[in-house]
Design a binder for this molecule. Structure first.
Ligand code: SAH
Ligand code: SF4
Length: 341
């Protein structure tokens, strides 16, 4: 059985050719999959009944299953999706009520090898890469389930996208061409894989690069992210500069705020100094407590104080809105719960 989701027009044409149908049929199927997000071949109503029956003998729309779906009071929807091999990943749909944007937060791997001390995904270790089809299937599943069109995609679910770069780049190309999502509405978040950041710079990527920095200096970062031992902040700084010079694009710096660990005045000063000559926006992420460690979320007061200190450095600073706090929508948390039950 062929799975239609994830196929490009040429690949769909191969199927219609084999069935002795015209290329126009392939175009119709392509529209039903990517723009109208149907769940079943039977819903492709501009194909004849007879042709639909023939198509059903060789193809299905998808082979992915929604294992768990949680809807938050703020409209965030979190899915645990299951692939045919039984592996699961999380995908989140976020809507911000003042905008028409619908942002899908997708996973790029099952598990993650980077093993950051604050992250539930890392705890499970690396299981496998997702194929580009499995990445785009996450967005198609959201569209099929909600009947809505996703407008933005962020690679901020499970996994380290830059350690699965070929599949991530291919998925981005398909989001761009088949889903008609502009490059600037795609964001790749990384823990800082330096050679791959340089590669993206050389490719002149026009999508947004988000860097999970999370620390103002080497010692604190090493405590939070073991990757700092391999790719340290000093070399990272050079790679970020190279990226900005090559692409002309502004980077998003993600900074997890953890009480008494990296939220002090001293940390803010060091962070401002580190970012002084890097064209970036700063996104502060209040730590979302998981059961497996002792880190705590700073008070709102401490968060606002840190924000205003960073603003004094002349950068644009935002605090990540908490989405779906009532449904465990932070990285890796739903998956952890299901495993435990
Ligand atoms: N591996 C990539 C992409 C995953 S993004 C990266 O780390 O950038 C996942 C985001 O969720 C990261 O910015 C990570 O720092 C954040 N995150 C992980 N655990 C979290 C927690 N408990 N609370 C808040 N944010 C968390
Ligand atoms: Fe992996 Fe990102 Fe979690 Fe770190 S924060 S373990 S890089 S998914």
């Amino acid at each position: 059985m062929k799975v239609l989701s994830g196929l490009n027009l040429k690949e769909i044409e191969q199927i219609t050719d084999e069935l002795g149908a015209t290329k126009f049929r392939a175009r119709q199927i392509h529209n039903w999959i990517y723009l109208k997000s149907v769940k079943e071949i039977d819903e492709m109503t501009d194909l004849s009944l007879k042709f639909r029956e023939e198509l059903k003998k060789v193809a299905v729309v998808t082979d992915i299953k929604i294992k768990v779906k949680q809807v938050s009071s703020d409209g965030t929807i979190k899915y645990l999706l299951e692939f045919p091999d039984g592996e699961c990943v999380e995908t989140v749909l976020m809507r911000f009520d003042n905008r028409a944007n619908l942002t899908a937060c997708v996973s790029s791997q099952v598990g993650c090898a980077v093993n950051c001390s604050f992250c539930a995904t890392g705890k499970r270790g690396f299981i496998r890469n997702l194929t580009y089809k499995e990445i785009i299937e996450q967005v198609l599943t959201i569209q099929r389930d909600t009947g809505l069109k996703v407008t933005n995609v962020v690679f901020m679910g499970q996994g380290e996208p830059l350690l699965n770069l070929d599949n991530v780049l291919k998925a981005m190309e398909i989001f761009n061409e088949n889903f008609q999502i502009g490059a600037r509405r795609l964001t790749v978040s990384t823990s800082g894989i330096i050679p791959q950041i340089r590669k993206l710079a050389d490719l002149d990527m026009q999508s947004t690069l988000a860097l999970s920095l999370h620390a103002p200096n080497h010692d604190i970062r090493l405590k939070l992210m073991p990757i700092e031992a391999k790719y340290n902040m000093e070399d990272l700084h050079k790679a970020l500069k190279y990226y900005v010079d090559k692409t002309g694009r502004r980077i998003t710096i993600e900074y997890l705020l953890i009480k008494d660990l990296n939220d002090t005045i001293d940390s803010a000063k060091q962070l401002a100094h580190y970012l002084k000559d890097i064209k970036c926006n700063i996104n502060l992420i209040p730590y979302n407590p998981t059961e497996k460690n002792d880190y705590k979320r700073p008070s709102n007061n401490a968060i606002m104080k840190f924000k205003s200190l960073m603003e004094q450095s002349g950068k644009k600073v935002t605090v990540r809105l908490e989405r779906g706090a009532d449904i465990d929508a932070a990285c890796g948390q739903l998956r952890g719960k299901v495993d435990a039950s």
